[in-house]
Design a protein around this ligand. Structure first.
Ligand SMILES: C[S@@+](CC[C@H](N)C(=O)[O-])C[C@H]1O[C@@H](n2cnc3c(N)ncnc32)[C@H](O)[C@@H]1O
Length: 312
């Protein structure tokens, strides 16, 4: 498999849309306010955001550190940082926001450059997240904070949230869990990252000698029910339609799962059984969306982990 096949291009239309729309509904505003206190954010801070995409952490936390502050977003995608720089004109008031092209494995900053070095949903996509984290520590000032907001998508998959499909048997549920675990093993082997990285980060921080490590988790949950009122409900309904009703997306996702499953050492007959069940779910969800009976309730575990760089 070539490098190109392995990596998501986040400036492609569908992925970029996810960076725009999904981000709107990922964290609750009051949680962000509480986290800014927990992270001891202050106006005037210098913050680096690694794998910044369209500057999500910048515009989200700007009210808490932006006044007189300096936000530096770094990303491998030139296209994304150009667009992020344009968008920043609207939110980066009263301070500076700059975007630079660069690699998380070799950040284009000197040692000890920032009070706060953070990332959001970057490390789970990397082959060597420990090396990227070490770079984040390098560019933090002594006494500065390193903050990672990274999910445990495997845990989310294991919650089997198909409440509108009650006929799911135990064997079928167990097969779904097995496939999810094997696929993640395959992802790691293929160098595509670890879907379950979030809870592994505190230990990685400890190994890098960070101190006062603290962990919290996103408290956002969602509920989608007919008649799907409001933008959040509509967003989740569209998400379900995209995943289950769009045949091309469904096939791309299933092909990707098959590759991961094979790389993870799974048996073909298990995948074929899994695919049959999934196809059944697809038909059921199509019917439910059509007759407006589809509902779903769930959450997604995103860990937020902070660690302090020792003062020399
Ligand atoms: C899931 S997106 C997250 C973007 C942003 N942090 C957000 O939450 O909206 C992952 C981002 O990491 C960037 N990225 C991937 N590998 C990278 C690397 N080695 N160095 C720097 N950025 C990278 C991608 O281009 C993409 O913008």
């Amino acid at each position: 498999m070539s490098e190109k096949d392995k990596k998501i291009n986040w400036s492609d239309k569908c992925w970029k849309e996810m960076l725009i729309y999904q981000r709107k509904y990922l964290w609750l505003e009051d949680t962000i306010a509480k986290l800014s206190l927990w992270l001891k954010m202050k106006p005037g801070m210098t913050a680096i955001d690694v794998g910044c995409g369209l500057g999500y952490l910048g515009y989200t936390y700007w009210p808490y550190f932006g006044k007189g502050g300096h936000y530096l977003g770094v990303d491998v995608s030139l296209e994304l940082i150009r667009e992020a720089q344009r968008l920043a004109k609207d939110w980066a008031k009263g301070g500076k926001a700059n975007f630079v092209a660069g690699d998380a494995y070799k950040l284009p900053f000197q040692d000890g450059s920032a009070d706060l070095v953070m990332c959001h949903i970057l490390l789970i996509h990397l082959d060597k997240p420990d090396l990227a984290l070490a770079e984040m520590v390098r560019v933090a000032k002594p006494g500065g904070l390193v903050v990672c907001k990274e999910p445990d998508n495997l845990a989310t998959l294991l919650t089997l949230r198909y409440p509108s499909i009650p006929e799911f048997g135990i064997e079928e549920q167990l097969l779904f869990l097995k496939v999810a675990v094997i696929c993640n093993r395959g992802r790691i082997k293929l160098g595509q990252g670890d879907n379950s990285l979030g809870p592994k980060i505190p230990r990685m921080m400890k190994d890098l000698d960070l101190t006062t490590i603290g962990i919290r988790i996103n408290d956002r949950a969602y509920y989608v029910e007919p008649p799907y009122r409001g933008p959040l409900q509509q967003y989740h309904l569209e998400w379900a339609k995209n995943k289950w009703l769009n045949e091309k997306n469904y096939k791309t996702l299933t092909d990707r799962e098959r590759k991961e499953f094979e790389a993870g050492g799974g048996y073909e007959k298990d995948f074929e059984r899994y695919k049959k069940i999934k196809d059944r779910i697809k038909l059921k969800i199509r019917e439910q969306v059509k007759n407006k009976s589809y509902f779903e309730c769930g959450s997604g575990d995103i860990y937020i982990i902070k660690g302090r760089k020792p003062e020399n």
